[in-house]
Design a protein around this ligand. Structure first.
Ligand SMILES: [Ca+2]
Length: 196
């Protein structure tokens, strides 16, 4: 009788584990090797809608292959962190910038950082492989600047390796619901605005 009762006890545990695995939030996965090259047109970026959970992109950039990607963070969600998961390439430093909205107004050369929300360098040369680079982006020199998390909205990223050695990188965009207090505050403001 002993083995049978042990099985009976373990069944609910297995069920709960299976349930939590199937409902674990997960976001988009975009791999240039499978899904095609990201747009190189800053006025017509690739559009990705991030979901709650881990959103992964893998891309390769080299001189004249720039990546322009508009990340839409749906209302009620926020971008908590942007982790540089991996970086491969002989040129160990690449660039990432971000602007609010669905285009990148700034040209590849002669960009005005004052029009960017932020920017930073990334890769082994910048010493941030494995790190959350979102705070660094928010502190980009001469940019508008921000402190994470980034709230819901459209953000256009400009990512590039300007050197002649290709860089392949994977980045993780971690998205979670905005704290309930902020959602309630937003709802209260909307209510007050409508009453005026
Ligand atoms: Ca590319």
């Amino acid at each position: 009788m002993q083995p049978r009762s042990r099985l009976a006890h373990s069944l609910p545990t297995i069920f709960v584990l299976a349930l939590s695995a199937s409902t674990a939030p997960a976001g988009i996965v975009y791999d240039e090797g499978i899904d095609g090259d990201f747009s190189g047109d800053r006025f017509n970026p690739t559009d990705l809608v991030l979901s709650e959970g881990v959103n992964l992109i893998t891309a390769t950039s080299i001189r004249d292959d720039r990546e322009y990607v508009t990340m839409t963070i749906p209302a009620g969600l926020q971008l908590d962190s942007l982790v540089l998961v991996s970086y491969e390439g002989l040129d160990e430093t690449a660039f990432i910038g971000v602007q609010a909205g669905d285009i990148m107004s700034e040209p590849p050369s002669g960009a005005n950082p004052a029009n960017l929300l932020g920017w930073t360098h990334f890769g082994p040369g910048a010493g941030n492989v494995g790190a959350d680079i979102l705070p660094e982006i928010g502190m980009g020199f001469d940019a508008i600047g921000f402190t994470p998390p980034l709230p819901g909205g459209d953000y256009t990223f400009w990512i590039q390796q300007t050197g002649t050695s290709a860089a392949t990188y994977t980045m993780e965009f971690n998205v979670s619901p905005e704290p309930a207090s902020l959602v309630l505050l937003g709802a209260a403001q909307l209510f007050l605005r409508r009453r005026r």
